[in-house]
Design a protein around this ligand. Sequence first.
Ligand code: CTP
Ligand code: CA
Length: 229
Amino acid sequence: ENALRVGGELDGANVLVTAGGTREAIDSVRFVGNRSSGRMGFAVAEEAQRRGASVTVVAANVSIPRSPGIAYVDVTSAAELADACAARFDACDVLLMAAAVADYRPAEAQAGKIKKDRTGAELNLSLVRTTDVLSVLSERRRPGQLIVGFAAEHGAGALAYGREKLTRKKLDAIVVNDIGGAGIGFESTDNEVWIVTADEERHVPKASKGVVAAAILDAVLSRRSSNDI
Ligand code: CTP
Ligand code: CA
């Protein structure tokens, strides 16, 4: 066998990936959630490992198979995801924030189970904003750290929304997918994205999430060499 290894561009790098979708408790059995499967985040993590990185995945409610050699930290809610990321951010060289983090959570989770005979014909849930994990981490980044956001957008304004988040959250890149497209995005094995940085927009046509993951890391690595870390 050839001793030469393919990849290796991320040898020695610590890569932190978030994946899946958070769940915010309504009571002990119910939650407010979203449709993210974790497939895109897991594909990015596997590709980073293939390129030599030491990879940690903060996984929010992901039920797909895991890869040997990757460290997984399981979390449920946005608050748990925030804590898990805050504890690991300083040690990472690249953060890829693929998780769908809830923007709102129930103001208070009821202890036990809400019973319908006690709540009557209508039940109003009061929701409060969660912390924007990505913005908080980006504010405390050290020189050389690369931060990549992900945005699932709908329709014609997708790229503009993505570009606005790139600037507002001070990211190196944002991966935008239009969830209006058929057979891509949530719960799908394929994806089609735009990788937006300050100076370019790369379109990645519909492909497996593994191929899309490779394109994302290629874009990140070109930023990395220009940052010289
Ligand atoms: N994100 C985060 N914490 C949140 C919400 C989002 O870290 N509370 C991260 C996501 O993981 C993603 C990026 O921010 O990498 C963009 O998420 P998105 O939901 O598209 O952006 P929002 O700022 O929440 O805007 P909106 O949902 O209103 O479009
Ligand atoms: Ca959001």
